[in-house]
Ligand binder design. Structure first.
Ligand code: ADP
Length: 262
């Protein structure tokens, strides 16, 4: 057998177009008169871990919020796993949106529900799982995040690190293709940060889930990323594997940013 047939895209095979899990084409987002994302293009391939870095206000969180359909672009197209998120009908958007899970900076757990209910709610109401099926899945995930004994606790009875673990389990319970992580450790007490980052490293290593992270934890970014994108003023000014971007950045702006945060 010719060696190249073992490659994912051997020479002469159909072009790779459409294989990306996330695709943004010429996405522009304005708030009032301010252009926050400026004709942004980028793609994330399946199974890859991509990290967005850059100064505060450069548009990183806005990208995650667009992918979660929490806000809409003014121009451009966004697709997830070949399904159109923008522009799209509400029905198409709902379907595409099921492929995405997000963990927020402030956990955003439902305070009036138990931990177990926090995790089972969306699989039951959105995916149509039976409550029993959803509970089996939730208990497995609580085991994975080290909180098997907290099923009946309320979020307020947990530490920030534990709440963030529940939020991670809740996102994974939807079996998303993509996990969006928005500065997930920045609201945590310093002693709780490492445990949550270790859990995410484990998930990155042991699953084929695609990750798109916004983080100020540069060591974490270096460890888990296949690719790092440096943002400035709503545009990607530089991108590359972490060893290149952190070790030998090309742009002066990237060097300045890294010397301020490292
Ligand atoms: P980053 O994640 O890089 O810190 P953001 O995406 O949160 O940046 O924000 C980019 C810019 O958009 C900031 O100037 C911010 O103030 C502005 N912005 C974000 N969300 C809103 C909003 N809902 N209304 C008005 N301005 C917003």
């Amino acid at each position: 057998m010719p060696a190249d047939t073992a490659l994912p895209n051997p020479a002469g095979a159909a072009p790779a177009g459409g294989r990306e899990l996330i695709r943004l084409d010429q996405v522009t987002k304005r708030f009032g008169g301010t252009t926050v994302l400026d004709r942004l293009d980028f793609t994330v391939d399946p199974g890859k871990h991509v990290t967005l870095i850059g100064p505060s206000g450069s548009g990183k969180t806005t990208i995650l919020r667009l992918l979660m359909t929490l806000t809409k672009p003014d121009e451009g197209t966004i697709t997830v796993d070949g399904e159109q998120l923008f522009p799209a009908s509400e029905k198409e958007r709902r379907e595409a949106r099921k492929k995405i899970g997000m963990v927020f900076q402030q956990f955003n757990l439902f305070p009036n529900m138990t931990v177990l209910r926090n995790i089972t709610e969306a699989p039951v109401t959105v995916l149509g799982l039976s409550r029993d099926e959803a509970e089996v899945r939730a208990r497995e995930l609580l085991d994975l995040v080290g909180l098997a004994d907290k099923c009946d606790a309320r979020p307020t009875q947990l530490s920030g690190g534990q709440q963030q673990r529940v939020a991670i389990a809740r996102a994974l319970a939807m079996r998303p293709r993509v996990l969006l992580l928005d500065e997930v450790t920045s609201a945590l007490d310093p002693e709780l940060v490492a445990g949550v980052l270790d859990l995410l490293r484990d998930i990155a290593r042991s699953t084929d889930i695609t990750m798109l992270c916004v983080t100020h934890e540069m060591n974490f970014a270096r460890d888990i990323s296949d690719q790092v994108l440096m943002f400035d003023a709503g545009r990607v000014i530089e991108s590359g594997p972490p060893e290149k971007l952190f070790g030998d950045p090309e742009q002066e702006r990237t060097r300045e940013f890294l010397s301020a945060v490292l």
